[in-house]
Design a protein around this ligand. Structure first.
Ligand SMILES: C[S@@+](CC[C@H](N)C(=O)[O-])C[C@H]1O[C@@H](n2cnc3c(N)ncnc32)[C@H](O)[C@@H]1O
Length: 206
């Protein structure tokens, strides 16, 4: 993780009332999971990619981190009977159709403790790749395309859709940022994304 990402994560952690349990949905090779575990969280790290989870297991051994539970699951089907102080879904929720993302958000809300914090990073519809896909005729629904690499949908959010997605949460931060990425087969490139930090606030009945 670079300095900017560490700073962001430290800020997100500082918002958590309790710092006991965290869930990392679409954890990849686990940069965020490892950071959270090193900061004292017990982390459940979920991904469906065997390659990503293998890389995470390797890093856990190398860094001698003992506070991470690696879970192989599809986020859309993942279920857990547990509460988390912090849930991360960084660059993983846009790989579904909008209604599925909304369903996942409803489940995430149930898994958060009262005052629990959720961090989301999701594609913006300002992204160059989305504009290119639209020109190639790949649009399958509003703000949605079928990926040329997998026969799966990718949703590129408008700001209004992001606000609608987190309706009922308290919005702490909602920013549209240009984020650097470097992965195969694209190599170094940039993505327009929304970074969203929200808090679950329970309506207290008098
Ligand atoms: C771009 S990576 C982000 C990794 C990490 N969260 C980060 O920000 O560095 C997206 C991850 O989401 C995972 N992913 C995509 N669709 C998924 C699904 N349906 N269920 C579980 N994981 C999924 C991919 O395997 C990949 O590891």
């Amino acid at each position: 993780m670079d300095n900017g990402e560490e700073k962001l994560l430290k800020y997100v952690i500082s918002l958590c009332k309790e710092k006991k349990n965290a869930l990392d949905l679409g954890c990849g090779n686990g940069g965020h999971s490892i950071f959270l575990a090193q900061k004292g969280f017990l982390v459940d790290s979920v991904d469906s990619s065997p390659k990503a989870l293998e890389a995470l297991e390797k890093r856990i051994k190398e860094k001698a981190v003992s506070r991470i539970t690696v879970i192989s699951a599809n986020i859309a089907q993942f279920a857990v009977d547990k509460k988390y102080d912090l849930i991360m879904a960084a660059s993983s929720l846009h790989f579904f159709q909008l209604q599925t993302i909304r369903d996942i958000l409803a489940r995430i809300k149930n898994w958060l403790t009262d005052d629990g914090i959720l961090f989301l990073r999701i594609f913006s519809n300002k992204d160059d790749e989305f504009i290119k896909y639209i020109k190639e005729g790949r649009q399958s629904a509003p703000n949605e395309i079928i990926s040329p690499r997998t026969p799966k949908s990718i949703h590129y959010f408008s700001q209004d859709e992001v606000k609608e997605l987190v309706r009922g949460f308290e919005i702490i931060k909602l920013e549209e940022v240009k984020k650097f990425a470097d992965h195969q087969p694209d190599g170094p490139h940039w993505h327009w994304m929304f970074e969203v930090v929200v808090k679950k606030t329970e309506v207290k009945l008098l």
